[in-house]
Design a protein around this ligand. Sequence first.
Ligand SMILES: *[C@@H]1O[C@H](CO)[C@@H](O)[C@H](O)[C@H]1NC(C)=O
Ligand SMILES: *[C@@H]1O[C@H](CO)[C@@H](O)[C@H](O)[C@H]1NC(C)=O
Ligand SMILES: *[C@@H]1O[C@H](CO)[C@@H](O)[C@H](O)[C@H]1NC(C)=O
Ligand SMILES: *[C@@H]1O[C@H](CO)[C@@H](O)[C@H](O)[C@H]1NC(C)=O
Ligand SMILES: *[C@@H]1O[C@H](CO)[C@@H](O)[C@H](O)[C@H]1NC(C)=O
Length: 439
Amino acid sequence: MLLLCLFLLPCMMTGHLVIYIMVTIFVTISYAPPKIPVHYIASGISANSSALASHPLGPFWNLRLEDSALWNQLQHIWDRQNNPILKGNRTGMQRRPKGQSLKEIEDECLSDCLSNKCSVPRVNDFNSMPEQIRAFIKSMHCREYPFLINQPGICQRKNDSSGVGSPTLLIAIKSQVGNFENRQAIRETWGRSGLVRGDFNKKGGLVQTVFLLGRQDSSTGPHPDLSNLLGLENEKYGDILQWDFRDTFFNLTLKDLLLWRWLQQYCPTAAFIFKGDDDVFLRTDALLDYLQKRVEEHKIWRTYTNETVMNLFVGDVISNAMPNREPSMKYYIPESFYKGVYPPYAGGGGMVYSGSLALRLQEVSERVRLFPIDDVYLGMCLNRLGLSPIHHPGFLTFDLPGTDRNNPCAYRSVLLVHKRNPKEMLTLWKQLQNLPAQC
Ligand SMILES: *[C@@H]1O[C@H](CO)[C@@H](O)[C@H](O)[C@H]1NC(C)=O
Ligand SMILES: *[C@@H]1O[C@H](CO)[C@@H](O)[C@H](O)[C@H]1NC(C)=O
Ligand SMILES: *[C@@H]1O[C@H](CO)[C@@H](O)[C@H](O)[C@H]1NC(C)=O
Ligand SMILES: *[C@@H]1O[C@H](CO)[C@@H](O)[C@H](O)[C@H]1NC(C)=O
Ligand SMILES: *[C@@H]1O[C@H](CO)[C@@H](O)[C@H](O)[C@H]1NC(C)=O
C-alpha cells in the first residue's frame, strides 16, 4: 500500500505540471494585446534613431486609455510629451527650464488666446453639449490673462509692529464684482488683515486677505457696469486682484492658476494659503493654531529626514467621487469630455495649503489640462505630485446640524462653515468674540 502511494505521487505531480504548462501555453498564444492604429512618436525623436529602444505599440502602462473622452485624450498627449523615457535624450537628459513645456506646446495658441482664433479641440457631440461646457472647451487651451487690478506690493506692506514682511496666512477669496457686501463683511470679521492672535496659542500670525475676481461687465453678459465702484473699493482697501476673463462657474479654475502665478511672483514666502469662497465663515484664529501645530510637527520631522518642503493640503476631502452625468446640473460633465473617477479632492468652500506646496502646484499645473471644476482640478494637480489632501473634520462644507447652528458653543471645534451670508457672518463673529467659559 505504502509502496503504491510512493509510486503514484510523482505520477500525479507530473500530470499536474503538464496540464499547467499546456494551459499557460494556450493562454499565451490566444492573448493578443490591444492595438492602437497610429505609431505614436514623441516630439523630437526620429523613429530611426538606433540609440533609442523602440517603444511598444500597446500602451502597457495605461491599458485603459479613455480615447473617447476629450480631456483624457488631451491629457494623454501631454503625459507622453512630458514622459522622460518617451522623450529620450534629446537634450542630454537636462532638466528643461520651468514653464517651457506649456510654452512650447501652445505658443501658437497663446498669442491668439484672447481673439478666439485658436482651433477648438474636436469632440463629436459638441453641439449638443450645454453652453457652459462648450464655452469651456473653446477656451481651455488658454490660461494667461492680463491683470485688470494687481497688488504687487501687498506681501511686503505690513512691516510695522511685527517687523515681518510676508504673511503667515494669505487668505485668497473667490469673489465676484457685485459681491461688495460679502467682501466688506469678510474684511470686518474673519478676513481682517494684520496681526491676528490664535485662539489658544496667543502667538497667532500675520494675515493678509486678497479677493480674486474676473471680469463681469456688459462685455461678458447682462451685467451692470460696476467697474468704477470696484475701483473705489480697491482704492480704499487695496486688496483686489482682478484678471481679464469672464467670471463664470467653469472659469473658476483660472483663479487658482492665476493665484499661483501671482504667489510665485509677488508673494513666494507666504507660509500658508487659505483659498475659499466669499460665503463661508472661517475661524481664522483656530486655523492659525492648527497651522502652528503642523509647523512644529514638521520641524521635528525635518530633523529625522531631509524633507525641507512642507506639503500640507487640508480640507473637507471627498474620495471616489464620480462626475455628475445629469445634464441639467451645475456640475454636469459629459462622458465625451471626461471619463473616470475624480482623484481625492478637498471640496466646497475652502481649503488650506502651504506656500511651498502652492509653488509646486503652480509648476505641475503646466502639465495638467484645465478642468472646469476648480476643486477637482486641484485634486488632479495634487495627484500628479503624488500627494493626497488631508481630511479635517473641522471643515464643515455642509454646515452644522440644524439644531447647533445658533449655538455658539458648537463652533468650538469648527474651522470653517458653509454657508453664511454677510449678516450671519457679523452676528456669528460677535458671538464668537465672547464665547461663554462653559463651552
Ligand atoms: C528612416 O530611415 C529611412 C532610411 O534611412 C528614411 O528613408 C526614412 O525617412 C527615415 N524615417 C524617419 C522618420 O526619419
Ligand atoms: C544623453 O546625451 C548625452 C550627450 O549627447 C550623453 O553624454 C549621455 O550619455 C546621454 N545619456 C543617455 C542616458 O543616453
Ligand atoms: C521691514 O522691516 C525690517 C526690520 O524692521 C527692515 O529691515 C526692512 O527693510 C523692512 N522692509 C520694508 C519693505 O519696509
Ligand atoms: C472664460 O473666460 C474666457 C475669457 O474671457 C472666455 O472666452 C470663456 O468663454 C470663459 N469660459 C467660460 C466657461 O465661461
Ligand atoms: C540628509 O542630507 C545630508 C547632506 O545632503 C546627507 O549627508 C544625509 O545622509 C541625508 N540624510 C537623510 C536621512 O537622507
